[in-house]
Design a binder for this molecule. Structure first.
Ligand SMILES: Cc1ncc(COP(=O)(O)O)c(C=O)c1O
Length: 390
């Protein structure tokens, strides 16, 4: 039972047709508790489980680093939403990435990463795994010839982020999957910015999907977590072994919070998209704004995403001082790192989330401002940005 995550539970199997996204979000892996009928998955705050005689496990549960029922519910739900065979919940997005990389790669291997990867991802490759013998090449993955040229005999993985953080660059998942598979490598996609509601990479050819569940999946800025979902059983076994062996697992309360957040993912994402579209339309008309990054006019995004999400970044006339000034002036948008919660956030990537790429080829423009557009009343968000831009 503990390891079986296929499908969405018995009641969903009886629905007949493949259940819709919101039905899976609310029910997959979340059968009412068999003992009490509790509708909401209980929070199993236990490190260990009584055994009926040595080796007599009840439902496969022995120790909570290896398996915990609250975490299993979340992992089943994640697998159902991403269309994979198995999901894994981690203590953070970075723990998920580190576990994945050390499970799939060995010293001497090589990974192709995005030219504007999330700063923490770049730091993991550049400062941690590089020392351990894993080399990487950062390329603009919108340039498929450059991706192809970066692949070497030792390439075991192409790591892709789409849309990227913070420039909202779109990468063609199907095309990069074809390059990876042709080279005998795997494709992993960081799907944090889109969420499975807007984009499902496994259906487009990816082998592994990763999330910082801290963001849209959790959705309320009250938990840090990460996730991996894999497309086949062999990969699932490799990740499962390392998940347990390395131990960067999600605690039960964190898993419970993410599971609760996921129930409203669809309605939240619709409102994030509505509000972001309003914000983008205003910014595109504003004199103080020189460039807006939002993928609504991108052909590849139109092909692989259902809508374009709640993340927006823009450059301002007046350079870094103006960008910092805008960040300091907002009142509804809170100046803070992170993204994907119900509340709107503003930040300066160059000095905040992406300071770890300063001085590298991945450095972000100093006049760039990033918004995580929340689900507040749209006109309050527009008024706040207008007054901040001056
Ligand atoms: C795109 C992306 N990937 C990965 C991460 C890392 O996730 P976490 O902070 O949960 O470790 C983040 C965090 O901001 C992110 O934005």
């Amino acid at each position: 039972m503990a390891g079986d995550q296929r499908g969405g539970g018995n009641r969903l199997a009886d629905v007949g047709e493949q259940p819709g996204f919101e039905t899976l979000a609310i029910h997959a892996g979340q059968e009412p508790d068999p003992t009490t009928g509790a509708v909401i998955t209980p929070l199993y705050l236990t490190s260990t489980y009584a055994q009926d005689g040595v080796g007599g496990l009840r439902g496969g549960y022995d120790y909570s680093r290896s398996v915990n029922p609250t975490r299993t519910a979340l992992e089943s739900c994640l697998a159902a939403l991403e269309g994979g065979v198995r999901g894994f919940a981690f203590a953070s997005g970075m723990a998920a990435e580190d576990t994945l990389l050390r499970a799939l790669c060995a010293p001497g291997d090589h990974v192709v990463i995005p030219g504007d990867a999330y700063g923490g991802t770049f730091r993991l490759f550049d400062k941690v795994l590089n020392r351990w013998g894993l080399s990487y090449t950062a390329v603009d993955q919108t340039d498929l010839a450059a991706v192809q040229a970066a692949v070497r005999d030792e390439t075991t993985l192409i790591w892709c982020e789409t849309p990227t953080n913070p420039l909202l660059t779109i990468v063609d998942i199907g095309a990069v999957a074809a390059i990876a598979h042709e080279a005998g490598a795997l494709l992993g996609v960081d799907n944090t910015f889109a969420s499975p509601y807007l984009q499902r990479p496994i259906g487009l050819g990816a082998d592994i999907v990763m999330h910082s569940t801290t963001k849209y999946l959790g959705g309320h800025s009250d938990v840090v977590g990460g996730a991996l979902v894999v497309s086949d059983q062999e990969l699932a076994e490799r990740i499962a072994f390392h998940h347990n062996a390395m131990g960067g697992v999600a605690g039960p309360f964190d898993a419970w919070l993410v599971l609760r957040g996921i129930k409203t993912l669809g309605v939240r994402m619709d409102r994030h998209c509505d509000n972001a579209e309003r914000v983008v339309a205003m910014l595109r008309e504003h004199d103080a704004v020189t460039q807006v990054h939002y993928p609504d006019r991108n052909e590849v995004a139109a092909k692989q995403m259902s809508r374009f999400g709640g993340m927006v970044s823009f450059r301002v006339a007046g350079g870094e001082p103006k960008a910092l000034d805008v960040c300091a002036r907002t009142r509804v948008f809170t100046l803070a790192e992170s993204l994907g919660g119900v509340e709107s956030l503003i930040e300066h990537p160059g000095r905040m989330t992406h300071s770890s790429v300063a001085g590298s080829p991945l450095e972000v423009p100093s006049d760039l401002v990033r918004l995580s557009v929340g689900i507040e009343t749209a006109h309050d968000l527009l008024a706040d940005l207008r007054q901040a831009l001056g």
